[in-house]
Design a protein around this ligand. Structure first.
Ligand SMILES: Cc1ncc(COP(=O)(O)O)c(C=O)c1O
Length: 371
């Protein structure tokens, strides 16, 4: 049998490996309950208003969804002060990342990617026929000067992730402005701000405010994290009107389902839920910082709902032991940081379980290395 010939550039794409699914994990733990802290999901769930809105929207699912997402657009614009014409909704930010690459990369064009960062930037680049130019982080942070140094006349896109996944680190306003001021306005800068709402730092850039001066910017945000809607798939781009029109040409017409639109719209009404999520995250973050210090482990201070801890030796055995004990986190080897673990911040009892099981696993690891 003769396989169909595929585009050359696709041969370089490795299938994206998300965190293990709950089903997969259950098989590995013989069906014992698993605390899932591997995909930076919202373990507080989602607002009760969302469930109500989905129930009501179910009666409309024989109809195609509103391709313009009119209600969601109006609600989000009003809540955030965005111009409605500067918004585009997607099937999660994943879709919007891919659309950005398709829109601005022609075969052979370069896209600058910080590493480690979110894995989809590379896939989206390769899928569009682009050439990824990978630039290592500096002290676990995206160094905009380093990215700038990697820009050539073939560069058409720069991927930024702020705060960065997997490190949880951020760059500030001044650094971003200096970078943009010095960059050709013909290079698209995609700023993935999936964890935007969690950031506590006063110098975190307001990318949307920069759009008038830098229309080459595309800010991406999502309902998957702080609103807890990862399973229903809604993300959005905020960009100059012309950019939105360009991305809209490529968008699948009904890309955000009726249920997803209803859920996202309702979630914007529940500011108390969002506040509870942020309060829980802040407390959880502090608990981890204190616990890691007590355990003598280094960690990266985070502006997100996850954090990285360095075990000081290959973390794969501890990762496997945690999983056996019913705690699923993410091994740093997935990001080229083999001695680290990435842990999503959960509810207090989940965080306590992580620390309890981590302490036990570390004790076992240290006694076996002493033998
Ligand atoms: C940095 C970053 N961007 C994008 C995504 C995907 O978001 P969405 O669920 O909106 O597709 C994630 C998910 O973990 C992420 O960490």
């Amino acid at each position: 049998m003769c396989a169909l010939p595929i585009r050359e550039s696709l041969k370089r794409i490795q299938v994206y490996a998300p965190a293990k699914s709950t089903e997969e994990t259950k098989r590995e733990t013989n069906d014992r309950p698993v605390v899932r802290l591997a995909a930076n999901e919202n373990t507080l769930g989602f607002s009760p208003l969302v469930e109500q809105a989905i129930r009501e929207a179910v009666s409309t699912i024989h109809l195609y969804p509103d391709s313009f997402a009119t209600r969601l657009r109006a609600k989000l614009s009003a809540a955030r002060g965005f111009s409605p014409d500067r918004l585009l909704f997607g099937n999660g930010s994943f879709e919007l990342l891919s659309l950005s690459a398709q829109a601005y990369l022609s075969p052979g064009d370069e896209a600058v990617i910080p590493v480690p960062s979110f894995g989809w930037y590379k896939v989206a680049t390769l899928a569009a026929g682009g050439v990824p130019v990978e630039v290592p982080l500096r002290n676990h942070k995206i160094g905009l000067n380093d990215l700038k140094a990697a820009v050539t006349e073939r560069t058409k896109l720069v991927w930024l992730c702020n705060p960065n996944n997997p490190t949880g680190t951020y760059y500030g306003e001044e650094e971003l402005e200096t970078f943009l001021a010095d960059l050709s306005p013909e290079i698209a800068v995609v700023v993935d701000e999936a964890y935007f709402e969690y950031v506590d730092q006063p110098d975190y850039p307001d990318t949307v405010k920069l759009l008038d001066r830098y229309p080459n910017l595309i800010a991406l945000r999502t309902f998957s994290k702080v609103y807890g809607l990862a399973g229903i798939r809604v993300g959005y781009a905020v960009a100059a009107e012309e950019t939105i029109r360009t991305l809209n040409r490529l968008r699948l017409p009904p890309n955000v389902s009726a249920l997803a639109q209803a859920a996202a719209t309702a979630s914007l009404d529940d500011t108390a839920f969002v506040q509870a999520v942020l309060d829980n995250n802040r407390a959880g973050k502090q608990y981890y910082y204190d616990s890691f210090r007590e355990l003598g482990l280094s960690y990266l201070p985070t502006e997100t709902n996850f954090l990285m801890v360095d075990l000081g030796f290959d973390s794969s055995s501890v990762f496997a032991e945690l999983l056996r004990q019913g705690v699923l986190v993410r091994p740093g080897s997935d990001f080229g940081m083999p001695s680290w673990l990435r842990i999503s911040i959960g509810k207090p009892e989940e965080n306590r379980l992580v620390i309890e099981k981590l302490s036990e696993a570390l004790a076992v690891a240290s006694s076996s290395s002493n033998k």
